[in-house]
Ligand binder design. Sequence first.
Ligand SMILES: Nc1ncnc2c1ncn2[C@@H]1O[C@H](COP(=O)(O)OP(=O)(O)OP(=O)(O)O)[C@@H](O)[C@H]1O
Length: 244
Amino acid sequence: MIELRNVSLKYGEKEILKKVSLTVKDNTIKAILGPSGVGKSTILKLMLGLIKPNSGQVIVDGTDITGMKESALYAIRRKMGMVFQGNALFDSLTISQNLGFFLRENMKLPEEEISQRVAEQIQFAGLEGYEDQLPESLSGGMRRRVAIGRAMIFKPHMILFDEPTAGLDPVSSKKILSLISSLRHNNNLGAVIVTHIIDDVFNVADSVAVLYQGEMIFDDVTEKLHESNHQFIRSILSDKILEL
Ligand SMILES: Nc1ncnc2c1ncn2[C@@H]1O[C@H](COP(=O)(O)OP(=O)(O)OP(=O)(O)O)[C@@H](O)[C@H]1O
């Protein structure tokens, strides 16, 4: 479980988050919805301990990580997989090498186990036949699936997605969303999805937190979004996609 308790954060003089509280339960999918620049990616960085709040606490599985040293944070980050907005694949490595990279470099696992885990992710992400290709020869949707496979290969129990469908066509978006849904069912995994696309929320999320002007204006099960009278929520429900 990941919790943000009364988290406030400034970049310089700019106040980004104002006393934001949020809970992501295990084995559930939580969406964080909000306009561009509101601080959604910042929340993911706080959850990974990459940045620290000015006040408030970030709790991961009952442990307060707010004041933790970098060395202790390593173990916390190992519980979480991260899929970055631009995928962050290595252009000069093949798909298999991309998938196995961190297992080789950071975990120093035996080659046999690496090959087995890579093969599992190739199958899970539907990338059979592309093992020896470079990322540039794959479609945007396939590259996103490689990035998901690479996050999954550590066997995390929570996975964080930054705009998982951004830049994808509707068919690829659908595939990515069903892959995300299948993570929970097949692997008992929780997920956080940062997005500005309302359809993503209704397609996969159990609950949604809406961030607007630094504050969490809604945090409840997804179906209740329709009951909100907040003007911003009413406008996103009618427009379906937030201003970029
Ligand atoms: N390292 C930084 N230093 C200063 N300002 C920053 C830094 N990182 C982010 N910001 C600013 O903080 C605000 C929130 O950024 P963040 O990336 O969290 O937004 P976001 O909601 O994820 O937006 P997007 O969907 O466009 O990525 C933005 O105004 C951004 O310009």
